[in-house]
Ligand binder design. Structure first.
Ligand code: EPU
Length: 429
């Protein structure tokens, strides 16, 4: 198992190219199941989760061709995937695959919409909480699917196709909104999705679905209207930049001091996070090339933050902000409202010398003068990167174990940071 070794204390200076968003790429790849025509996706990040989803879709009979490198492209340019779901050979998604990546449960929606049947393993819990799928099932039920739970599998049937309906989510759910949009696109008649998630990745998926012939309006608001169509086509779509990767490197430079240009980043995708950074004393400037983030090392001002669905402060940046606040000049409070158990990084940050007190969903972080390097363990994707951020500012050496979590969602993290002056390297094996 790979590990990452970091020697803290170097400022970050330079440019970091921001990759395509993982959390848009995954539902976009899944949306390819809706059509027998070719969907071409550009700016796809090279991530373990993308590779795993390729395998999962391959199991359903989807052919994916990865475009070769073109002249003038750099190693950081995203990949191009040519995806063809012309022949779906299997509508079952087995436990061995779904349990390795929760988002693969979402295949249930396009499969039942197009094939009239899907049998998908329940994903089970994960490091950040129980994460049920009841709302995704409710959405399909509202669109006329017959649902049965059979030996750990959700079986959805709609022999004569789905029909439009009203879906009102009692709680904002990103996966619920993606799956409802996909299923409704091929349903007979119209669907209204209320209390829909407004995340930029929802808008990106809706844009792509409209390119392949769907009729979706209101994506990005809490009310999405979908007019079903009998058949969808092919199209070409470019994945939007990753706002969580952007926010992560912004927090990293806030932690170490220095100045980074986050190339291709779009500030409107993470305004809430940039507002918090500005409050903390960090300079954030939008430029034509991306976003410039600078911190002169005068110290971080503590903040009070609660995570919430978009446009609020994202839960996927909660761990990174906590790492930054471990060295603030005073006491911060961070409340996690989306997932009940997303504090696995706390004990690891404490190993580096952080002072954090947990009470239910609220963490109190007392800033300390110095962190000290130590071996730490990654537990999930965002938790692991928070340890990297802390290590960049810690005295001495930190080794982050179980790096495969990082590889699920950060493309070439150690190369991107090393190019900007960090003392970071991957230890293989
Ligand atoms: N929920 C239910 N029932 C459901 C679905 C969700 O109770 O049927 C609850 C969840 O347990 C959670 C809340 O609703 O408490 C929100 O969950 P949501 O469905 O929005 O999360 P998700 O779709 O499973 C996506 C991202 C996550 C991100 C969340 C919240 C992808 C592939 N995953 O998950 O990303 O944290 O939205 O923004 O888009 C990550 O990238 O590290 C990651 C975990």
């Amino acid at each position: 198992m790979d590990r990452i070794r970091i020697t803290g204390g170097q400022r970050l200076n330079g440019s970091i190219p921001i990759s395509g968003a993982k959390n848009a790429t995954l539902p976009l790849m899944i949306a390819s199941l809706l059509t027998d025509q070719i969907l071409i996706l550009d700016n796809v990040p090279r991530l373990a989760d993308v590779g795993l989803l390729q395998r999962i879709l391959g199991n359903h009979g989807v052919d994916i061709m990865v475009g070769g490198k073109r002249t003038g492209e750099t190693q950081y340019d995203g990949q191009t995937l040519h995806i063809s779901a012309a022949n779906i050979v299997d509508t079952t998604a087995p436990y061995e695959l779904v349990s390795r990546m929760r988002a693969s449960f979402w295949v249930i929606a396009p499969l039942v919409a197009r094939m009239g049947e899907a049998r998908v393993s329940m994903p089970g819990g994960c490091a950040i909480g129980t994460r049920p799928v009841d709302l995704l099932i409710m959405a399909l039920d509202n669109l006329g699917a017959e649902i049965e739970i059979d030996r750990g599998y959700v079986v959805a049937r709609a022999r004569n196709g789905l029909r439009g309906g009203n879906i009102r989510f009692p709680k904002v759910t990103v996966g619920g909104t993606h799956t409802a949009m996909m299923a409704a696109s091929l349903a007979r008649g119209g669907t209204v999705i209320e209390n829909a998630a407004r995340e930029p990745e929802i808008v990106d998926v809706a844009d792509c679905l409209n390119k392949i012939g769907a009729s979706i309006s209101g994506a990005g608001t809490a009310r999405i209207v979908v007019e079903g169509v009998p058949k969808l086509n092919g199209a070409r779509h470019r994945v939007l930049p990753d706002r969580i990767e952007t926010g992560t490197y912004a927090m990293a430079v806030a932690m170490t001091g220095g100045e980074l240009l986050l190339e291709n980043a779009r500030p409107e995708l993470l305004q809430a996070a940039f507002d918090v950074l500005v409050q903390a004393g960090v300079e954030v400037t939008a430029t034509n090339a991306g976003v410039r983030v600078a911190c002169n090392g005068a110290g971080i001002t503590p903040v009070e933050v609660s995570t919430s669905p978009f446009p609020g402060f994202p839960t996927d940046l909660q761990a990174q902000l906590m790492a930054l606040m471990t060295r603030a000049k005073g006491t911060s409070h961070i409340t996690e409202t989306i997932f009940e158990n997303r504090f696995m990084h706390v004990q690891e940050l404490v190993r580096l010398g952080a002072r954090i007190h947990l009470a239910g969903e609220c963490a109190t972080i007392e800033g300390v003068e110095t962190l000290k390097g130590a071996p730490v363990m990654a537990t999930d994707l965002r938790a692991s990167v928070s340890l990297v951020i802390a290590a960049l500012a810690a005295e001495g050496e930190t080794v982050v174990n179980r790096v495969y979590h990082l590889d699920r969602g950060f493309e070439r993290l150690e190369d991107k940071l090393a190019a900007c002056g960090a003392a970071i390297e991957r230890l293989s094996g």
